[in-house]
Design a protein around this ligand. Structure first.
Ligand SMILES: Cc1ncc(COP(=O)(O)O)c(C=O)c1O
Length: 324
């Protein structure tokens, strides 16, 4: 008898989650933007993943804390005050684990709003005055000292983009497939921001499992396309290996044309896109990631790249970052 093809949930079932996420995330049409552009544009609302303003970080945190709990960790350690670490702070609180974050610089150099959030969630912060280059040593020191105190330590990948974190976007791809099957709406293009690569790596692995015919385009927030593609390829490969599937690297498409003056520096196109999403749809984007991805969407539409297809824009969050 022919073996039935394995589905995405079959590949993911061995990997526990912490159940922090409101899933499936909402997918809806953007009616006013669609009529302005002349294509049907949909959005996956990962800005509304429902946990401590985490956006796409909540998906990663969900799998990473699921893993930490399964491994019976009592204490999680990570580095840098990224939006990932802040979402991990809330996750640690909910999972009943201690979180330690190693930060470059001194206490007085930190952003006070970010510090306030860490304090609210009960995170222990460690400062490394020597800066970025000394962070790895400081992390090692913190981990060693926690272990001598008898803690079961789980070192969490900074930014959450390792193969466990990327599983969360394999799962997100399943949500997209499920939406497509139920609604009969096929997406010819999926557009999203790419940086530490977990989002795109997971999506591409999901696409490879399902053979869904779409173009997933990662809009780089910082790196040149070749370097970003390599980053995505490495992570997608290790993620595929982890769950025992294969990767078609030709599915990895990165566009670096919308970085503008540089990482985290606003671009004119990005600012226009942020304004358009706000004024037509009431949706807030951020200038670093989602605004630049939305700029690509507008540009592709103008240049006829979408033809008659339906487009899915992944809103990866970032709203909280606007206020830090
Ligand atoms: C709001 C937002 N969107 C997109 C990204 C990029 O996702 P990834 O790091 O998984 O490539 C990030 C990463 O920091 C982000 O904060």
């Amino acid at each position: 008898m022919k073996e039935l093809a394995k589905s995405i949930p079959d590949f993911l079932k061995k990997h526990p989650r912490a159940n922090l996420l409101q899933a499936p995330a909402i997918i809806h049409k953007l009616p006013r933007l669609s009529s302005r552009l002349g294509h049907d544009i949909y959005v996956l609302r990962d800005d509304l993943t429902g946990f401590a303003l985490g956006g796409n970080k909540t998906r990663k945190v969900d799998y990473l804390f699921g893993d930490a709990v399964a491994k019976k960790a009592t204490t999680v350690v990570t580095i840098k005050a990224t939006s990932f670490s802040r979402n991990a702070a809330a996750a640690a609180a909910v999972c009943g684990l201690d979180l330690h974050v190693v930060l470059p610089g001194t206490e007085s150099e930190q952003n006070p709003l970010s510090q306030a959030l860490f304090m609210q969630w009960g995170t222990r912060l460690h400062y490394e005055p020597e800066g970025e280059n000394a962070l790895a040593d400081c992390l090692e020191h913190v981990v060693a000292s926690l272990k001598t105190q008898g803690k079961a330590v789980y070192v969490m990948h900074p930014g959450g983009s390792n193969s466990i974190g990327a599983l969360s976007y394999v799962s997100a791809f399943h949500e997209i497939l499920d939406f497509s099957h139920r609604s009969g709406i096929h997406f010819s293009h999926i557009i999203h921001s790419t940086s530490s690569a977990g989002t795109q790596a997971g999506l591409v692995v999901g696409q490879c499992i399902s053979s869904y015919d779409t173009q997933i385009v990662g809009i780089s927030a910082s790196l040149k396309a070749s370097a970003q593609s390599e980053r995505v390829r490495e992570l997608a490969w290790s993620t595929a290996q982890l769950i025992g599937t294969s990767l078609d690297p030709t599915k990895i498409i990165v566009d670096d044309s919308f970085v503008g003056p540089g990482y985290a520096l606003p671009s004119k196109e990005g600012e226009n896109a942020v304004k358009l999403f706000a004024r037509l749809e009431g949706i807030l984007l951020d200038p670093v990631y989602t605004g630049k991805a939305a700029a690509a969407l507008l540009d592709y539409s103008k240049n006829g790249r979408f033809k008659n297809g339906n487009v899915l824009f992944i809103h990866t969050g970032g709203n909280a970052g606007v206020y830090y």
